[in-house]
Design a protein around this ligand. Structure first.
Ligand SMILES: NC(=O)c1ccc[n+]([C@@H]2O[C@H](COP(=O)([O-])OP(=O)(O)OC[C@H]3O[C@@H](n4cnc5c(N)ncnc54)[C@H](O)[C@@H]3O)[C@@H](O)[C@H]2O)c1
Length: 255
């Protein structure tokens, strides 16, 4: 085990939501490489299984726990499956998220609810569900995926996405204060434009290039770069960081 990660246990366990692809999958690989056992959640079970197959191929210990982060029963089941298999949960990465580029005038009530639910309610439900296990261990790490959108406005998403990601920052601060006494830290990461399917499916290559050229570091971010930041926040080296939001955006937003 990498000694930078969790001296709380010899076999730390992390659950990562939405880890069937993109940054969640990258976080799964990075944390596994650092000695963690991994529960891979995704709403698409095939995608979660594919990530687990890759981890198994590298001899890492991992299981797939399917479920929709907006559904309380699914969330309770996936946490229970993780505890039944590994015996504990030490780290939660709230990564699952969705985005639609709609203008406010066009957003249906259903679309508004779904974007808020997956990004914000899912973060709440998963955090609430892991707290008993973390409090029992007197140690925990929660890392929430906000976005540059949470501090400014979304580059490609609609107002529902911006509102949800801003909400995650408030939730992070509030929960961090509530659980600090249990040696649990809660932080957010705020990625800029990162090269994943979420971006590839929303922005055509020409516009991606134009966005990249507008950043001080003139390229999109890599999922592995965000995963390294997440891994740092999970480590004992980040023990004094809580309630924070860490930017990783190539200089796109400097505040
Ligand atoms: N890509 C970017 O530029 C960018 C920038 C800032 C923040 N983010 C945020 O980072 C996170 C990861 O983004 P990504 O680019 O890797 O996205 P992605 O679309 O590539 O992957 C998201 C994953 O979440 C899963 N998912 C969706 N709804 C779910 C649900 N209800 N329950 C469980 N899983 C669900 C999807 O199946 C998918 O595997 C998201 O929260 C996103 O909003 C992305």
């Amino acid at each position: 085990m990498n000694t930078q990660l969790s001296q709380a246990t010899k076999n730390p366990v992390a659950i990562i939501t939405g880890a069937g692809q993109g940054m969640g999958k990258s976080v799964a690989h990075t944390l596994a490489q650092q000695g963690l056992q991994i529960a891979v959640n995704d709403i698409h079970f095939d995608a979660a299984n594919a990530t687990v197959a890759e981890l198994h191929a590298s001899n890492f210990n991992a299981i797939a726990v399917a479920g929709d982060v907006t559904n309380k029963t699914d969330v309770q089941n996936m946490m229970q499956q993780t505890i039944d298999y590994f015996g504990a949960i030490h780290i939660l990465i709230n990564n699952a998220g969705i985005l639609y580029p709609s203008k406010v005038i066009d957003i249906s009530e259903e679309e508004w609810d779904r974007v808020i639910d997956v990004n914000l309610k899912g973060t709440f439900l998963c955090s609430q569900a892991v707290l008993p296990a973390m409090q029992q261990n007197s140690w925990g790490r929660i890392v929430n995926f906000s976005s540059t959108a949470g501090k400014n406005i979304s580059t490609v998403g609609g107002a529902h996405y911006t509102a949800a990601k801003a909400g995650i920052l408030g939730f992070t601060r509030h929960l961090a204060k509530e659980v600090a006494q249990h040696n649990i830290t809660v932080n957010s990461v705020c990625p800029g434009l990162i090269d994943t399917d979420m971006v590839r499916n929303t922005i055509d290559p020409g516009h991606q290039k134009a966005y990249a050229n507008s950043f001080p570091i003139s390229r999109l971010g890599k999922p592995e770069e965000v995963a390294d930041l997440v891994a740092f926040l999970c480590s004992d080296k980040a023990a004094y960081i809580t309630g924070a939001s860490l930017d990783i955006n190539g200089g796109d937003l400097m505040i």
